[in-house]
Design a protein around this ligand. Structure first.
Ligand SMILES: NC(=O)c1ccc[n+]([C@@H]2O[C@H](COP(=O)([O-])OP(=O)(O)OC[C@H]3O[C@@H](n4cnc5c(N)ncnc54)[C@H](OP(=O)(O)O)[C@@H]3O)[C@@H](O)[C@H]2O)c1
Length: 235
């Protein structure tokens, strides 16, 4: 039985789709979820090991790591997918926004990577860490300042961990811009967002799944970012 892939925040959307893709290809997964969504139920039925985890505190991260270690002594990969797109707002204290964003996008991957490196270093074959960052790392964002800064911190962790863990473990980022709209997004928002890239499409979840699989399969790519943005930097 291959070592499992750990995917954080896999109750919906990209994390869920990649977990389903892995299971369909006989690759075991351990997924984390914060809210119990229908996707978690589906994953459980398909054979995933599903662990509740709330990474908003250090205790929450450490408690998860303890339960992870009880499930496995080896990991094929860690996909740091869990994320929150919190905007700055008048209702929320800015320190709260920055702390929450740094906690989920920087502290959580940082701590899990350091404490769980032995799980990746054991066993044979390719071993990977993938950080899901964002196109805004390059450009910033006026409405999601802390989110953007915390994803930039995550992009930088890709560089440091690729140095630390080479050659046993490859460490890369995927930096998407629009992959899929949220159900509540208005027509006006959709139209405006589609115009931001050269390709002008909502690519859908499969491009993210294919990109993650590409990184896991590629033996010579580490410390790099795979940009999934439809040429948005040129539009
Ligand atoms: N989708 C896009 O178009 C797009 C664009 C740019 C970047 N990305 C990046 O790609 C990745 C996947 O995107 P997505 O849209 O599929 O993600 P998503 O729908 O936002 O799902 C992320 C999951 O992370 C979980 N999470 C958030 N905060 C958490 C915490 N403190 N502790 C534990 N779990 C937590 C959420 O749990 P709950 O279910 O409880 O909310 C959620 O299910 C993310 O890293 C995102 O930033 C996506």
């Amino acid at each position: 039985m291959p070592a499992p892939i750990l995917i954080t925040g896999a109750g919906q959307r990209i994390g869920l789709a990649f977990a389903q893709h892995c299971l369909a290809n006989n690759q075991p997964v351990i997924v984390t979820y914060r809210s119990y969504r229908p996707g978690v139920d589906a994953l459980q039925k398909a054979g995933a090991q599903c662990l509740h985890a709330d990474f908003s505190t250090i205790d929450g991260i450490d408690d998860f790591i303890t339960r992870l270690r009880a499930k496995t002594d080896s990991l094929r990969a860690i996909i740091h997918n869990a994320s929150d797109w919190m905007p700055e707002s008048e209702e929320t204290d800015s320190s709260e926004v920055m702390n929450a964003m740094m906690q989920i996008h920087a502290m959580t991957p940082y701590r899990i990577n350091l404490v769980c490196r032995d799980l990746l270093e054991s066993g044979e074959g390719n071993r990977d860490i993938v950080h899901m960052t964002d196109y805004v790392v390059e450009k910033g964002s006026a409405k999601h300042i802390a989110y953007s800064a915390s994803k930039a911190a995550l992009a930088n962790l890709t560089l440091s961990f690729s140095r630390l863990l080479a050659p046993r473990v490859k460490v890369n980022s995927v930096a998407p811009s629009l992959i899929m709209f949220n159900p509540g997004d208005s027509d006006a928002y959709r139209e405006k967002t589609l115009k931001k890239s050269l390709m002008g499409i909502e690519p859908g979840i499969q491009v993210a799944v294919d990109s993650l699989q590409f990184l896991l399969d590629n033996p010579y790519m580490t410390g790099r970012t795979l940009s999934l943005d439809g040429g948005r930097h040129l539009a």
